[in-house]
Ligand binder design. Structure first.
Ligand code: NDP
Length: 282
């Protein structure tokens, strides 16, 4: 029988902890503010932004909302980011991705002050993670570490395999597992014999972006499997990168989709907003 790693429950616990911390800060006269910028009205982005604002409301963080038209120029967006960088009453700045094609995402993300980069995408924060210094960590991989720890999964000394090497999931995930003393292997589309490598994993983190690709033959018996993927299958049901029904019985523990990694991302964003206060006062 496998353990279902419950991201809904764990993310709710984290949000409660954040709420208590925010209330403590309020008593000391500190209000935490997150500025959320959306350019255009991509429906998926609107849902994500709406969920982030709701989470802010729940934990007691003030959110400032900037909804800019689709035709916004890069310069206009950069001016807004720079203005928010300067504002003492703004702790965190989040620019919802993707951005319209006339705007270079990297330039925008690199313009956000590293001290307000609650998404953890700025090269300074990625570098800090790399060399073990304080900084913001990308929310999804940070959430996965919380899922593992709060489900009593030991990472130290374990064979950890990450499938995917994106800047927002795979690479920071590998660095975080290494920070927790895992023995880490990163795989990608050029990996020769993926199954052979993943079959060694005590902890397998899957961020491929391919619906239900990981079946039982990729998984060692007794492994812990974390599924980052989010897709809709042929029946319009949410599914992950892992074929859950095929894999679950072989695992010691596994995350479902939905209700696994997904809810953790926003909870960790809220946690990063709270941590911004301390980082900004170092
Ligand atoms: P990317 O598309 O940026 O990266 C996918 C990675 O998978 C790449 O490194 C790619 O390798 C690798 N890959 C693709 N095909 C194969 C293959 N056949 N064998 C081995 N490796 C392969 O995706 P993201 O990291 O941004 O996201 C991954 C998934 O997680 C997506 O489904 C996304 O929707 C989801 N996601 C979920 C979040 C959440 O909150 N739950 C947050 C972020 C993402 P290469 O580098 O060689 O191309």
């Amino acid at each position: 029988m496998y353990q279902l790693i419950d991201g809904k429950k764990i993310s709710a616990e984290i949000k409660e902890e954040v709420k208590a911390k925010v209330a403590e800060y309020k008593k000391q006269g500190v209000e935490i503010t997150l500025a959320v910028i959306q350019v255009g009205n991509d429906p998926a982005s609107s849902v994500y932004v709406g969920n982030k604002k709701k989470a802010c409301e729940f934990v007691g963080i003030r959110s400032l909302s900037y909804e800019l038209p689709e035709e916004t120029t890069q310069e206009e967006l950069l001016d807004l980011v720079k203005e928010l960088n300067e504002r003492a009453d703004v702790n965190g700045i989040l620019v919802q991705l993707p951005l319209p094609k006339q705007i270079d995402e990297e330039t925008v993300l690199n313009t956000i002050s590293p001290l307000k980069d609650v998404d953890g995408f700025h090269p300074m924060n990625v570098g800090a993670l790399c060399i073990g210094k304080a900084g913001f960590v990308s929310c999804t991989p940070a959430g996965i570490i919380e899922l593992l720890k709060r489900s009593d999964v030991d990472i130290a000394g374990k064979e950890c395999v990450v499938i995917g090497r994106s800047n927002i999931v795979g690479k920071p995930m590998a660095l975080l597992l290494l920070r927790e003393n895992g023995t880490v292997t990163v795989t990608h589309s050029r990996t020769i014999d993926l199954k052979e490598v993943t079959s060694r994993a005590d902890i397998l983190v899957v961020a491929i972006g391919k619906p239900k690709m990981i079946t039982a033959e990729y998984v060692k018996k007794g492994a812990v499997v974390i599924d980052v993927g989010i897709h809709r299958d042929a029946n319009n049901k949410l599914c992950g990168d892992v074929d859950f029904d095929n894999v679950a019985e072989k695992c010691n523990a596994i995350t479902p989709v939905p209700g696994g990694v997904g809810p953790m991302t926003i909870a960790m964003l809220m946690k990063n907003c709270v941590e911004s206060v301390a980082l900004q006062n170092i």
